[in-house]
Every structure is written in C-alpha cells, then in structure tokens.
Design a protein around this ligand. Structure first.
Ligand SMILES: [Zn+2]
Length: 225
C-alpha cells in the first residue's frame, strides 16, 4: 500500500509514501523550490526518509530541483541512461532529433512561457545515482511498481506503473488541454512502439507530467494525437 500526493508546480510532482519511505517522481522548476520543499516537509519528508527521486525524463522542467532535493533530503536520483546527457549538460536537445517529429502549436506557446523560467545556464547539472532499465522493480523501496521504458518524447523517457494500475507517464501524454494528447514527439516510431507497449499493460489511470490525471480508457479509446 502507498499514499499518493500530487504537488502541482506547473509540472506535476508526485510524492509516494510507502510503509517506510518516501519516493518523489519529478522535481519541477527551481523557481518553485520553496513551494516544493514546503509540501515535502508538510507530508513528513525529512533527511533520510526520502529515499528516491525518480525522473520520468531529463527535461529541465522536471529535473531542475533534483540535485538540490538530493542534497537536502539525502535521496538518490534515478533515471534512464538515455537522458543522462540532458541533466549532465542542461541541454534538452541532447540525444534528440534536430527537428522533432511532432510539435503542437500549444507546445510552442508553452515553450515561450517556460523559457522565461528556464535559464539553461542556471540549471544545476548533476549525474544520477541509479540508472533504470526497463522492468526495474521498485519493491525494494517498499513500492509495488515497475519502471517502463517509453521513449518517444525523449529517448530516456520512463513511466512508473504501480501494481494497482496507476501509471506515471511523464510527458508521453499531456492532459493540460482538456483531453489527453501528445504535444511533443521527438521520435514518432519510438512513440508508437511505446504506445503499443503500454496498451498491453494493466493501466487504469494515467498521471501525466502536465495536467490532471485521466482514465486509461479515455486515452486508449480515442485517437491519440
Ligand atoms: Zn514537461
């Protein structure tokens, strides 16, 4: 069993409380750091009990506070190896196509808004402590969940699938604009393979990086893009 708390910082951060530890999925922008820490402490996080920071992918809107939170709470940072280059350089183009296969108009607007928060030169670069492979079992952290590699938005995108069907999907799918959609696809072939892969999993609810959670059937029954 676990408890779930959504911390909405423009980007969703998800705090999982297991029997013994806390796990944080994504960390948000540094301009929301104070708010994030307040929420973590309110939930009971303190040095030593926040064991793991899972990054769904390397993009700086999801990873900007990771190094700081690691130091403050003594956590370990875990992510997929294919996005490590992004957090080690602060360059979101790392390991991506020169031109993404799909970029929605709304994403371009978002990028303009976000770029006022993200100062690439200010990004606190770091290296992760743990590299996830597809299928990594989180039960050693008291969390009955698995890591699912879902490239498409970025090469090293991962999702976290709990045994009871909650799927933290990062930016594979957004729900910030009324209905689930994928607004930035770097590699369409990878993306389609990832969608085919997760259709076979027992997912009940998606928890996206942006926007509200939604039922899996709402996504799978509709045209995705
Ligand atoms: Zn994002």
């Amino acid at each position: 069993m676990y408890e779930l708390k959504t911390i909405n910082l423009g980007v969703n951060c998800y705090l999982i409380k297991t029997n013994s530890f806390f796990i944080l999925i994504d960390t948000g922008f540094s301009n929301k750091r104070v708010e994030l820490i307040k929420e973590l402490e309110k939930a009971g996080c303190k040095y030593g009990n926040l064991k793991l920071i899972i990054l769904t992918h390397g993009d700086t809107d999801h990873t900007d506070n990771a190094a700081y939170i690691r130091g403050r709470f003594g956590a370990k940072i875990a992510m997929h190896k294919d996005d490590v280059g992004i957090v080690e350089t602060g360059n979101m183009q790392y390991n991506r196509k020169e031109k993404p296969d799909k970029i929605a108009f709304i994403f371009k607007i978002l990028t303009v808004i976000f770029s006022s928060f993200i100062k690439p030169d200010k990004f606190e670069k770091f290296s992760p402590d743990i590299l996830f492979e597809d299928g990594f079992d989180l039960s050693e952290y008291g969390f009955d969940a698995k890591i699912i590699h879902i490239p498409g938005h970025s090469k090293g995108s991962i999702g976290v699938l709990t045994n009871d069907g909650n799927f933290f999907c990062g930016d594979l799918v957004y729900s910030a604009f009324g209905k689930p959609s994928s607004v930035f696809i770097d590699n369409l072939v990878d993306y389609n393979n990832s969608i085919d892969k997760i259709k076979k999993l027992d997912i009940k609810i998606f928890y996206p990086g942006h926007g509200k959670e939604f039922l899996a059937e709402k996504f799978f029954n509709n045209k995705i893009n």
